[in-house]
Write a protein that binds this ligand. Structure first.
Ligand SMILES: [Zn+2]
Length: 79
């Protein structure tokens, strides 16, 4: 199972997942807000960060996608 590296956001320093980019060795910080109900994204969103900066790996994002896929498979099975 693939995992995503997590690195601290260059703007708010909160660890976020790095999404793959075409730039080798770099990931793009996942869109996020500084506060949960903020209307604007953190300025660090989508900023490229070197994978070498990653300090953790996250599985939750993958699991959420798998759960979503599993629920759609069940719905399709009803028809
Ligand atoms: Zn941030």
């Amino acid at each position: 199972m693939a995992t995503l590296p997590k690195a601290p956001c260059p703007s708010c320093a909160v660890p976020h997942a790095l999404l793959p980019t075409k730039r080798i060795g770099y990931g793009s910080v996942k869109d996020h807000k500084i506060e949960p109900r903020a209307l604007v994204l953190c300025p660090g969103s989508m900023v490229h960060v070197a994978y070498a900066e990653a300090r953790a790996w996250q599985l939750e994002f993958e699991r959420a996608q798998q759960d979503a896929a599993a629920s759609t498979a069940v719905e399709e099975g009803l028809f």
